[in-house]
Design a protein around this ligand. Structure first.
Ligand SMILES: NC(=O)c1ccc[n+]([C@@H]2O[C@H](COP(=O)([O-])OP(=O)(O)OC[C@H]3O[C@@H](n4cnc5c(N)ncnc54)[C@H](OP(=O)(O)O)[C@@H]3O)[C@@H](O)[C@H]2O)c1
Length: 419
């Protein structure tokens, strides 16, 4: 086992990347989601470089069949991967359908771990699961000592210190998939951690950038889900509207690049052309620009930071004309500040933040609460839970359950009052 260094940047800044022979063998967790489907699209475009050995979903197993059919058509060396379906009822249906035969893994969330642990050879685990459910498989991938292409930011928000320990002790590496953190990684290529002064995360501002606080009290779900620049899964789209997504990304950046919170800034950049920036100790500011296409950061992480060809639209600087920046409005978007405060408090505070947010977002999507209730629920949960140290996955899961129960009680109270 290797020791954890004093300044543990999960992102291998200044350290050599792991090297694997092609085809790279991939486990894709959350294969039916927005990140998962785009990852499969990249595999189909690079069948000689990439091979899928395991996939997972929660319940949408029919979507998985469609995705695997597309893969079979595009990849001459296709072999049916191992399949993890975590929802028990859906797994039963999938089993009876006979589509996956002996490739179907066991029941419940343990199947996610099996998907990481069972294949004989694994080089890259793409974690495209949404929510805290992604933490345990991230830790399992770290224990396998492989490359983790991490989209599941909640892994670091809920278990950042645990992930650091497993990654360093087992010689794994984490390459970010989130476009902002990928942008920073691209700026950091060939640099060392001591050269970094500040990280600057850009935010589109979401659909309510110009909406008044009074109007935000009554926005409907369709307005919340109408993201101006990115097309993503429902949870991250809601998080983008509350700016909680940016708050979670600040915490993610803290763990990935080992930069203190005081040196992580957020700037609203409505066009989303600049995906993020790094300021170096000599004042040099490097940015990465591109169209809003997640395939670029996904491919950059999977490939081990190679710029492989990628068809698609290109950014036309003359068409853009100018780049616009604004400060974030922390009063209208309290989630951003709540996340920063939870990050500064450390320990179980970020678990409470995340658990309360997941419950509140699910309640909004189910029509039980209003958009404006989300920060109120999170704030109340955060102030009711002391920040305690987190020594293990069991601790993290216990704090997560505690926060969810507190948030569920608040949701029940709000929905009863409203009806
Ligand atoms: N989408 C983006 O462009 C984007 C960009 C940056 C970062 N991210 C991050 O990437 C992660 C995934 O986002 P997404 O937008 O791809 O989400 P998504 O479209 O909702 O997909 C989530 C995937 O995870 C599976 N899943 C959901 N809950 C699960 C659970 N409890 N246990 C196991 N599997 C579960 C889903 O299976 P079913 O389909 O069967 O429900 C689906 O395959 C999030 O952490 C998000 O913040 C996404």
């Amino acid at each position: 086992m290797n020791p954890v260094p004093e300044s543990p940047s999960l992102y291998p800044c200044g350290r050599p990347l792991l090297s694997f022979p092609e085809p790279l063998k991939l486990v894709i967790l959350g294969a039916t989601g927005s990140i998962g489907k785009q990852t499969l699209e990249i595999v189909r475009a690079n069948p000689e470089r990439l091979q899928v050995v395991a996939v997972s979903c929660r319940g949408r197993w029919q979507d998985l069949i469609q995705e695997l059919d597309l893969l079979k058509t595009a990849c001459p060396a296709f072999a049916l991967p191992l399949v993890a379906i975590t929802d028990p009822l859906a797994r039963k249906e999938a089993h009876h359908s006979g589509n996956f035969g002996s490739r179907l893994l066991g029941e419940g969330s343990a199947a996610l771990l099996e998907a990481v642990e069972t294949p004989e050879d694994v080089h890259v685990v793409v974690n495209g699961v949404v929510g805290a459910a992604g933490l345990a498989p991230t830790l399992a991938a770290a224990r396998r000592g492989v490359r983790i292409a991490l989209a599941n930011k909640e892994s670091l928000v809920v278990g950042g210190d645990l992930v650091i320990r497993e990654v360093f002790e087992n010689g794994a590496e984490v390459l970010p998939v989130d476009s902002e953190h990928s942008a920073m990684a691209q700026c950091l290529s060939g640099r060392t951690q001591s050269e970094v002064h500040k990280l600057i995360l850009t935010a589109s501002g979401g659909p309510f950038r110009q909406t008044s606080a009074a109007e935000m009290e009554n926005v409907n779900l369709a307005q919340v889900l109408n993201h101006p620049t990115w097309n993503m899964g429902p949870k991250v789209t809601v998080d983008s509207a509350t700016l909680m997504n940016k708050g979670l990304e600040v915490i993610e950046a803290h763990y990935l690049f080992c930069v203190p919170y005081e040196r992580i800034d957020v700037v609203v950049h409505p066009g989303s052309y600049i995906h993020s920036l790094v300021e170096f100790v000599d004042g040099a500011l490097l940015a990465q620009l591109g169209t809003p296409d997640m395939k670029l950061p996904i491919q950059y992480a999977i490939s081990g930071e190679k710029h492989w060809p990628l068809p698609g639209s290109r950014l036309d600087l003359l068409e853009i004309g100018q780049l616009v920046f604004e400060p974030p409005d922390r009063e209208r978007f309290p989630c951003l500040e709540l996340a920063r405060l939870a990050g500064l408090a450390g320990g179980s505070a970020t678990i409470a933040l995340n658990g309360a947010n997941e419950v509140a977002v699910a309640a909004l999507l189910a029509g039980k609460i209003k958009y404006a209730d989300i920060p109120r629920i999170i704030e109340e949960v955060l102030s009711s839970q002391p920040s305690l140290s987190v020594a293990s996955l069991q601790d993290a899961l216990a704090f997560d359950t505690q926060a969810r129960r507190a948030a569920e009680a608040l949701v029940a109270r709000i929905s009863t009052t409203a009806s």
